[in-house]
Design a protein around this ligand. Structure first.
Ligand SMILES: Cc1ncc(COP(=O)(O)O)c(C=O)c1O
Length: 407
């Protein structure tokens, strides 16, 4: 196989002339920070997700942090999150001085489920006086943040029942899942809060950015205030030159320049999503005969943010793809394996048999709307090449010269 002349990046934003024109318009408008354009972006997210409130922020991490602060997660509290996620899902719990309790994920879907959470609760928790206590840390579990890994939505109904039973909030880290559906409903208004990411690699992007949607007015009000220093009124709405600071606050607002990109990206989302879906299906078809490979799980309503395979000899496989000019990535190294988390001495590897098995083999291939047909075919050819290469080598018997065979 002849390698590509240029490297195919693992991810690349899909930016058209329309985003450029809209940004130019804002740059020339005289107002660059949070203002009317951001308000417009929030309105379109609200309509798209059919939620009552949408607040845009400078990252999904900020959204997760503010969600926990609005729900009063403090020292002595804990929040259940999957172990198989990006650090942001859990780091925000530490930022509130609480403890993230890492739970194993389902072996097939890579999502947390009622079963994986219940296994954890049965082993480590006690429900008393309407509070769920984590016995080893003596913390009170306040809620669950589920993660819609790769764009596949967790089973919201069963998680909601579980949350209700144990008096917990339920929120969604939907950083991968803008445009994902659950039982034919757009996500964004199904639980206490949903957080989206508009980071550069995400399904729709503003370079850096995020949003939180919720149907709870009190949560929305607190978050809107906290995203800009706890001001009583947002800068662009201020009529007087004296303002008050009325709550805890952060600098998590999104600028109008970035919101301008978001408005156009959201409009183009259906077209970009179709392309991702096409690539997903094409890969599924092309790889179906590669025995020994576990392909990306099929899921009705996915937004196809990731395309993963599980492959033996993953690192060698990834190296061959790299030599062929195809960049790959790994989502995720489980959090209990990260130095910072390990040093906390809170997690025990025996609790994560599924994460362990997945992490050994998982590899993410490029899947994004800016890929050309040649790019897509190059990935397929490189995967086939790597598969044949490793498979054949594995099946080759070591050739031993007869006169040396006595050694
Ligand atoms: C599952 C998950 N949650 C949260 C985040 C954080 O998103 P952001 O970079 O917008 O803060 C990411 C980012 O990749 C992610 O993958």
């Amino acid at each position: 196989m002849i390698p590509r002349k240029t490297i195919l990046p693992f991810a690349k934003p899909d930016i058209s002339d329309e985003e450029i024109a809209k940004v130019k318009e804002v740059l020339l408008s005289g107002w660059l920070t949070t203002g009317k354009i951001t308000e417009q972006f929030e309105e379109t997210i609200k309509n798209f997700t059919k939620s009552k409130h949408a607040i845009v922020l400078n990252s999904a991490t900020a959204g997760l942090h503010l969600a926990l602060r609005s729900l009063n997660v403090n020292a002595g509290d804990a929040v259940i999150v999957p172990a198989f996620t990006f650090t942001a899902t859990a780091e925000v719990v530490f930022r509130c001085n609480g403890i993230p309790l890492l739970v194993d994920v389902d072996r097939d879907s890579y999502l947390i489920t009622e079963k994986t959470i219940m296994d954890f609760i049965d082993k480590y928790c006690e429900f008393r006086k309407n509070q769920l206590m984590h016995l080893p840390t003596k913390t009170i579990i306040k809620g669950i943040i589920c993660v819609h890994y790769g764009g596949r939505v967790c089973d919201i109904d069963s998680l909601k029942n579980l949350a209700k039973k144990y008096n917990l909030f339920l929120g969604e880290d939907a950083a991968h899942a803008f445009g994902s559906m659950y039982k034919n409903k757009m996500i964004g208004s199904l639980t206490d809060f949903t957080v989206f990411s508009f980071y550069a690699t995400k399904n729709i992007t503003t370079g850096e950015g995020g949003a939180i949607t919720t149907n709870h007015q009190d949560i929305a009000k607190k978050i809107r205030r906290m995203r800009l220093h706890g001001f009583d009124i947002e800068t662009y709405k201020r009529k007087k030159n004296v303002y008050d600071v009325i709550s805890e606050g952060y600098k998590y607002n999104l600028s109008d320049v970035l919101s301008a990109i978001g408005i156009v990206q959201l409009k183009r989302n259906p077209e970009m999503l179709l392309k991702r879906k096409f690539i997903h299906q094409y890969y599924q078809n092309q790889f179906k005969n590669l025995t020994g490979l576990k392909l990306n799980p099929e899921y009705e309503g996915s937004s196809y943010h990731l395309y993963t395979i599980e492959v033996p000899n993953r690192d060698k496989f990834a190296n061959i793809l790299k030599e062929q000019g195809i960049q790959t990535s790994i989502h995720f190294k489980p959090l209990y394996k990260m130095t910072y988390y390990k040093n906390k001495k809170l997690y025990s590897i025996q609790d994560y048999s599924n994460c362990e098995a997945i992490f050994k083999k998982i590899l993410s291939l490029p899947i994004y709307s800016a890929m050309s047909e040649e790019d897509i075919q190059d990935v397929v050819d490189a995967v086939n090449f790597a598969y044949e290469n490793l498979h054949q080598k594995k099946n080759q018997k070591k050739f031993v010269l007869p006169f040396l065979s006595h050694k």
